[in-house]
Ligand binder design. Structure first.
Ligand SMILES: [Mg+2]
Length: 205
């Protein structure tokens, strides 16, 4: 049996752009000393990694950020500020829509966190139209760890060249390539759309 390939989309910088500096600035503005708070929050990359690896729950993450900078607001305000950093990338959203309309299965495969997923789900209707979602924080592993790639294979029921994988990070792409997946290092929407269209036998407009 030779199933139709499934298309595996990374999320950040592929389907949505993001800028964490926006959240840092807005959180800091709510703190007693915004300049100091901004510097302290910006230093919390390891905390974000722990959150996206599922080692910290959402309430724990919130408490840790609050302890770092003295953010005085409630959780819901924090969640709104932390989530409101994303914008859609229209030509890539359109690519997924066209692939899906042509009958291809599409999946989200992302190093991400619960608050980002909650925000994107609530604000971008396209996000509801995938066949499955593989998130780092749910599986306690991050790309490029092989464990997470195995989840993609199990979820999609496909492996090797039956998977077409789009991601902007070379190390993530390399891990897919070693498993025999067909890979597209996302550099521009135009390049990705052309190659994906070719491999799927579709004219993308
Ligand atoms: Mg990315």
């Amino acid at each position: 049996m030779n199933p139709q390939p499934a298309i595996i989309f990374d999320l950040g910088k592929v389907l949505v752009d993001f800028d964490y500096r926006v959240a840092v600035k807005r959180l800091a503005q709510r703190c007693a000393n915004p300049l100091l708070a901004a510097a302290k929050i910006a230093n919390q990359i390891p905390l974000l990694t722990d959150y996206e690896s599922g080692r910290l729950s959402t309430p724990e993450f919130f408490e840790r950020i609050r302890a770092v900078c003295g953010f005085p607001g409630k959780f819901e305000e924090f969640a709104d500020i932390f989530g409101d950093i994303f914008t859609e990338i229209p030509p890539m959203v359109s690519l997924q829509r066209q692939l899906r309309a042509a009958g291809f299965n599409t999946y989200i495969f992302s190093n991400t966190n619960e608050l980002a997923v909650r925000w994107i789900t609530g604000h971008f209707p396209f996000f509801g139209h995938f066949d499955g979602y593989i998130y780092s924080f749910e599986h306690k592993a991050q790309k490029p760890e092989s464990k997470l790639y195995e989840v993609v294979e199990a979820t999609s029921g496909r492996r090797g060249a039956d998977l077409i994988y789009i991601d902007d990070r070379p190390e993530n792409i390399a891990a897919g390539q070693t498993r025999g997946w067909r890979v597209i290092l996302h550099e521009t929407p135009q390049k990705t759309r052309t190659l994906a269209g070719e491999w799927c036998g579709l004219k993308i407009d």
